[in-house]
Design a protein around this ligand. Structure first.
Ligand SMILES: NC(=O)C1=CN([C@@H]2O[C@H](COP(=O)(O)OP(=O)(O)OC[C@H]3O[C@@H](n4cnc5c(N)ncnc54)[C@H](O)[C@@H]3O)[C@@H](O)[C@H]2O)C=CC1
Ligand code: BAL
Length: 505
């Protein structure tokens, strides 16, 4: 049964929103110490949703102090894992109970279509929290191979105070990807949402308190990158930062760690993801549907968006006919109207960046626009360019908009070489009915996720992250994510029977 409400119901919910707008630290909402604020804008209407606290280094210091206190006194990390599980399951239930409000808040804050917020972002956020909660009381540590006279234990311990620096494209879901494993492991967390999308993070922190997460364990500090994100990255008492965003900013976090306390850094950065369709692929209509979804879902504001179609020349015309038919089904407009598949770009700066890729004079001489190609008032038409060459910026740069570039090949080796001809390595898909060819491609493509005859990122059970400049230091999701919020400790115990060995001597 669909969980969608009507357009009018969503509009009424949006009118009634009263979002929190200050940081949330140690269980309380707090204005920035400087009193500074910035506007949170609904990108679809240009209207201000809230004046949000612009936190700076003083606010970061306060949040870290409180998070450290909560970690050190053990109010969360020393609970039995099943007790942490119960609280996190309660949080998931509260999110579910408040899902319509959260979906609307997410949509108006980001321009994302409500149909995705309600049917993908919210359910996936809830699933992620439940999955990590359910996992945590089923994990065993290890003992090392040892003789009778010693025991070696290899135990996981929560890493400590974690900074979670979030992007604006999936504000709720990326928050869940970070906080669910970190909280399940027993860490204290300071979330720094993207400045464009602070509102749902603050609501989740409030619901977490209601669920029983002790104060100081989940904190949210709002503000921009340089004033709020940088002091968090540079703070000597933060043990780890888990970041999702641009490769450029990810690089800065490695620098912050080197300049401060060598905190652990996990980065999930950009992508330039290929879909390879070979001449033996079956059901080209279904393949076309996947390619269109992969390219245009979330307006292409997705690190794993399909942005390069690498197609065998023998089936290209047929596939493109199906692709163009599916592309027509993607309606663009008011994000709160559940009929619409595409909302608007996150802000005017990003709109300008994406629109610049539609300028065909910039993209090489032979480029052909197969559909779309126009941008106005914050909205970018779903666009497909043919005859893209590997030297073109369309083939090289992460666009983060609904723009797909098509390249033609005559063999799987050529396709694999093109797929790997990028600084990124996040996701890829391969469509072929030849198992050997599929497996060879899946192994040869240097990407964190390769899907065969399907597309997507997987779910809470499987690790997600990138090779090359798409990632660093770890993975979101799956039990790998839990492990990365833990230190591994070795404990040796001497079991020698001294009395017996003295007697022998
Ligand atoms: N991998 C992904 O999922 C994402 C990739 N991007 C890519 O990045 C491009 C630019 O988008 P932005 O919003 O500017 O991404 P960004 O990487 O600058 O922002 C992500 C987070 O980092 C923080 N941040 C920014 N500058 C910082 C600094 N100097 N120190 C510490 N923290 C800082 C931001 O406040 C935000 O919370 C997009 O066009 C897209 O290509 C953007 C968002 C998500
Ligand atoms: N697709 C989820 C990860 C991201 O785009 O940020």
């Amino acid at each position: 049964m669909s969980d969608l409400l009507t357009h009018d119901e969503y509009k009424a919910l949006a009118e009634g929103l009263t979002p929190a707008s200050t940081s949330f630290v140690d269980g309380s909402f707090r204005a920035a110490q400087s009193g500074a604020t910035f506007d949170s804008i609904n990108p679809a209407t240009g209207k201000r949703l809230a004046k949000v606290a612009a936190c700076d280094a003083a606010d970061v210091d306060y949040a870290v102090e409180k998070a450290r206190m909560a970690f050190d006194d053990g109010r969360w990390r020393c609970l039995h894992p099943s007790a942490r599980k119960d609280v996190l399951i309660k949080l998931a239930k509260l999110i579910k109970r408040n899902r319509h409000e959260l979906a609307v808040m997410e949509s108006v804050d980001s321009g994302k279509p409500i149909r995705d917020c309600a049917t993908i972002d919210l359910p996936e956020t809830i699933n992620t929290i439940i999955w990590h909660a359910e996992a945590v009381d089923k994990l065993y540590d290890q003992t090392a191979p040892a003789g009778e006279d010693a025991m070696g234990m290899i135990v996981r311990e929560p890493i400590g105070v974690v900074g979670a620096v979030l992007p604006w494209n999936f504000p709720l879901l990326m928050m869940a990807w970070k906080i669910a494993p970190a909280l399940a492991a027993g860490c204290s967390v300071i979330v720094k949402p993207a400045e464009q999308t602070s509102l749902t993070a603050l609501r989740i922190a409030e619901l977490a308190m209601e669920a029983g997460v002790p104060r100081g364990v989940l904190n949210v500090i709002t503000g921009d990158g340089p004033k709020t994100g940088a002091p968090l990255g540079l703070h000597p008492d933060v043990d780890m930062v888990s970041f999702t965003g641009s490769t450029e900013t990810g690089r800065l976090f490695l620098k912050y760690a080197a300049e401060s306390n060598l905190k652990k850094i996990v980065l999930e950065c950009g992508g330039k993801n290929p879909a390879i369709v070979m001449d033996d692929a079956e059901d080209l209509d279904l393949v076309a549907e996947h390619v269109v979804n992969g390219a245009f879902w979330n307006m292409g504001e997705n690190c794993s968006a399909t942005s390069r179609l690498i197609v065998h020349e023998a089936i290209k015309d047929d596939l493109m006919r199906h692709i163009l038919a599916h592309a027509k089904e993607w309606h663009m407009g008011d994000p709160l109207d559940p009929k619409n598949h595409l909302g608007c770009m996150i802000d005017s700066e990003h709109f300008g960046k994406v629109a610049s890729y539609l300028d065909t004079s910039e993209n090489g001489n032979n480029i052909v626009t197969l559909c779309g190609g126009k941008a106005a008032d914050g909205y970018v038409e779903p666009t497909i360019f043919d005859q893209v060459t590997s030297a073109s910026r369309l083939a090289k740069e992460e666009i983060f908009g609904p723009v797909l570039g098509v390249m033609t090949v005559t063999s799987i080796d050529e396709a694999i070489a093109l797929a790997n001809d990028t600084d990124y390595g996040l996701a890829a898909s391969v469509y072929t009915t030849n198992v050997k060819q599929a497996m060879r491609a899946a192994r040869a493509i240097r990407a964190g996720t390769v899907t065969v005859n399907c597309y997507g990122e997987g779910d809470a059970t499987t690790p997600f992250g990138g090779y090359k400049q798409s990632g660093f230091g770890g993975r979101d999701n799956g039990i790998h994510a839990h492990d990365q919020y833990c230190e591994v400790k070795t404990i040796w115990i001497d079991l020698t029977d001294r009395a017996a060995s003295d007697a022998v001597n």
